[in-house]
Design a protein around this ligand. Structure first.
Ligand SMILES: [Zn+2]
Length: 387
């Protein structure tokens, strides 16, 4: 297919396939994704396409793959649930393609391939792509990345140096396996600019890509170069094993490629969008886009997590997260007078376990809601009497 045809048709799966195939041509072994219920995060779910899932078996994987491997991972961040719908790009459950090269952190092995993928394979316009790199008072400037981007033809006006808050990664020890939590290194991000989004701060370049929530700049890729550890005194110590990681946010790439208004219009939500009219929701209706996006996001995450073996909603840890996803979606469908039962039956039609969990939770949710409404009305009644 030509890049122009790609633009109109490629969804997350197709973009993932293209990314992994390109890496396979360059000698990267393809690994399967991890389950979202991984031992490394016992109280929650896998949160990124990071090293955490492979770290346990890293020696074996490096031996088998020569240190070059790629995979596409579903990721779920419960702490991002609040952000869903606040801009066009935030999902609690999303997909990332990632390519690792253990033992090598040379920019030339990562950035030219990424640039070729974005501009030639996907056909994204070069003049819409912006790049950030580390330029920091403490850790210095990532000259290697800067030079490499310049050699690829990125104009200096779209090559933005940012400080460690934006372009320096430190490993957080988030699980049992994530060893010492001290790996660190510069990263360089690629943003796609959507000029149709009107935002004075971004247009006047008062705000750098990635620092404004308007959605004009969409972060689509990040490349990380681990070369150091942070010592106890905060100083950088050269790492024995360096590595490079390049990740791609699939829903966001689909959004910019197909010129969709948001990630909530990605192909995986299209049947739900179509079904809205069946439950009486019209585009001119009462429900806000933010509510629709939150309902879609949370229910999709619920289905995907259940399919991976997540427990039914309940108290504590993973059960609590499942409850939060279900109830926050149901609160919105009820507040907006949707036919919640009908909608749940539609979205979970091919997932009997998830449907069962949702329907059970819906009964508890409605019971609670009725009690709360009753208590509220009694209180108001008492207040009226007092007056
Ligand atoms: Zn803006």
């Amino acid at each position: 297919m030509t890049p122009e045809q790609n633009r109109n048709t490629m969804d997350c799966d197709a973009i993932s396939e293209a990314f992994l195939s390109l890496h396979a041509q360059d000698g990267f072994s393809r690994l399967p994704p991890s389950s979202l219920l991984h031992d490394s995060v016992p109280m929650s779910f896998v949160m990124s396409a990071g090293l955490i899932q492979v770290e346990n078996d890293l020696e074996k994987i490096v031996e088998q793959t020569g240190g070059k491997f790629a995979f596409t991972q579903p990721c779920f961040r419960h702490f991002d649930m609040k952000q869903v719908g606040t801009d066009p790009t935030r999902l609690s459950l999303f997909h990332m393609s990632a390519a690792f090269h253990i033992g090598c952190s040379e920019r030339e092995t990562v950035l030219p391939r990424l640039w070729h993928f974005l501009t030639d394979v996907l056909g994204l316009e070069k003049e819409r792509l912006w790049v950030t790199y580390l330029d920091d008072g403490e850790f210095g400037r990532d000259e290697a990345s800067y030079r490499c981007w310049r050699e690829l033809g990125v104009d200096t006006s779209r090559l933005v140096g940012l400080d460690q808050e934006h372009c320096f990664w430190r490993q957080r020890s988030t699980g049992q396996i994530a060893s010492d939590g001290k790996k660190c290194g510069p990263h360089t991000e690629v943003f796609y600019e959507r000029p149709e989004v009107v935002c004075a701060a971004c247009e006047n370049r008062e705000k750098a890509p990635g620092t404004c929530r308007c959605g004009r700049f969409v972060e689509i890729s990040n490349s990380l170069f681990i070369e150091n550890y942070i010592g106890d005194d905060g100083k950088l110590i050269p790492a024995e094993t360096v590595f490079a990681e390049c990740v791609l946010g699939l829903e966001r790439v689909e959004m910019v490629l197909r010129e969709l208004p948001s990630v909530y219009h990605a192909h995986r939500f299209s049947t739900w969008q179509e079904q809205l009219s069946d439950i009486g929701v019209t585009s001119a209706g009462y429900t806000t886009q933010k509510d629709i996006h939150t309902i879609f996001d949370h229910l999709y995450a619920f289905l995907k997590l259940t399919a991976d073996g997540a427990p039914a909603p309940g108290k504590g840890g993973r059960k609590y997260i499942m409850r939060k996803l279900a109830r926050e979606a149901m609160e919105r469908t009820e507040d907006n007078h949707w036919d919640t039962l009908k909608f749940l039956a539609l979205v979970a039609s091919d997932q009997p376990t998830a449907l069962e969990h949702l329907l059970e939770e819906y009964q508890r949710f409605i019971k609670n809601r009725r009690t709360q409404t009753q208590q509220k009305s009694n209180k108001q009644h008492r207040m009226v009497k007092t007056i």
